[in-house]
Write a new protein. Sequence first.
Length: 63
Amino acid sequence: MNSSTQQTIDTTITVKDALTESGDWEINFLMTHLPQTTVNQVLAIPTPKVSDGPDSIGWSGTN
């Protein structure tokens, strides 16, 4: 069950905050901070690797 009631976006959260120490998605963290549909979308994406480069904020299609 999703317990997220977030109405605003916390821009201090990065992708690494949503990963376990072993590099897997931290499902409990995601479920707490995101709506279920977004969690499902995130879980469909492979977890990042060190070779992907530094973590950064990016939001396509906004001004």
